[in-house]
Design a protein around this ligand. Structure first.
Ligand code: FAD
Length: 319
């Protein structure tokens, strides 16, 4: 039980994608799940307006699939990469990319973790229970949005190892993990067409990303630190407080969105409002790629809500 949050639940008590969607989906006789299957590229008809073949590696073997409707949901980075890798004579810049927008406007959030470490132990099991939006839109000396603050799942000492000096002893890391209250701060990053996913000559994914909107993030961090320091002064059981913060680097792409923005204009958007690609009539992208902007809250619920909306559309389309 102690290892829930980012860890799977061994008794299926957690409402994650496996328990809620995959396991229930597999109860239907017309649903098949292929494990260890990676889609490599799509092939289109000679007009280039329909996907006719999906090429995949299943358990290391090449296999081909076809379907009336093809839905990509590989996450914002991999979905864009898949479209770019599927370039052909009709789509030389990549599939569904007549707008040259596939892969662009990658957004990741400005995220920071803050560990507030005191001499008082924190034995909590399920820490991720508080969200603070008091500074979401503005604060008295800053008229622009700062963002969102929430508690994280409880840090374990093993997780602190990656950011600690190699010589840091386990006992110190265990002390830090057992005495920390762990916070997560999120500020919106803004869509920038130069922040993008591309593919190099070896077919590898390249991320080009220059962070923006950093000042409000620093202000949010300082805000939380000053609140915690003030709290320490007022609280006798909190005699010592050490604040350790780290802004997440590019490698932390956990909140990836954008890359195939939706909108009515095929010149400036990859997807239409139903998340069908403007260029290819039977191809949909239904993951975080459609976001035109990211806001400052976690993206999964919006991705799920949109997928349900698109599912309603597909039900109507298929009659
Ligand atoms: C540690 C962590 C904690 C998070 N916590 C939160 C949170 O608390 N709240 C929140 O809202 N969000 C959270 N997120 C973010 C959230 O998980 C994502 O925003 C969300 O899962 C993205 O959904 P998606 O459908 O776009 O892609 P994903 O959920 O990433 O699904 C993409 C799937 O496609 C598969 N795939 C990729 N390429 C291929 C291919 N070529 N062929 C076949 N399959 C492929 C992948 O294996 C994956 O299963 C967290 C993310 C991480 C990493």
């Amino acid at each position: 039980m102690r290892y829930l949050d980012g860890f799977p639940c061994l008794v299926d008590a957690k409402c994650d994608a496996q328990v809620i969607s995959v396991d229930n989906g597999l109860k239907h006789p017309n649903v098949t799940l292929l494990l260890n299957a990676k889609v490599i590229r799509f092939v289109t008809n000679s007009k280039g307006n329909e996907v006719t073949q999906v090429e995949a590696e299943v358990e290391g073997r090449k296999e081909e699939f076809s379907s009336d409707i093809v839905i990509i949901a590989c996450g914002a980075i991999n979905s864009a990469a898949l479209l770019l890798r599927s370039a052909n004579n009709q789509h030389p810049r990549g599939l569904a990319n007549s707008s040259d927008q596939v892969g662009r406007n990658l957004m990741l959030h400005n995220n920071s973790a803050l560990l507030a470490i005191s001499t008082t132990p924190n034995p909590t099991q399920f820490q991720k229970t508080l969200g603070i939006n008091d500074f979401y839109f503005k604060e008295p000396d800053w008229e622009y949005p700062l963002g969102h603050i929430q508690l994280m799942g409880k840090s374990k000492w093993e997780m602190l190892r990656g950011d600690a000096p190699f010589f840091a002893p386990r006992t110190i890391l265990q002390y830090l993990a057992n005495h920390s209250v762990d916070w997560w701060l999120t500020t919106e990053d803004l869509p920038d067409s130069n922040n993008r996913v591309s593919i190099n000559q070896q077919g590898q994914i390249v991320l080009t990303y220059t962070p923006n909107n950093l000042e409000p993030h620093q202000r949010l961090l300082q805000k939380l630190k000053s609140i915690l320091r003030k709290e320490r002064k007022q609280h006798r059981g909190f005699p010592f407080l050490w604040l350790l913060s780290k802004q997440m680097p590019l490698a932390a792409v956990c909140h990836q969105v954008g890359t195939c923005c939706f909108g009515p204009d095929p010149k400036t958007n990859v997807l239409d409002l139903n998340c069908q690609t403007h260029d290819i009539t039977n191809l949909y992208v239904v993951d975080g790629s459609f976001f035109p902007s990211i806001s400052a809250v976690n993206p999964a619920l919006t991705i799920i809500a949109n997928a349900l909306r698109v599912a309603e559309h597909l039900k109507e389309r298929l009659g």
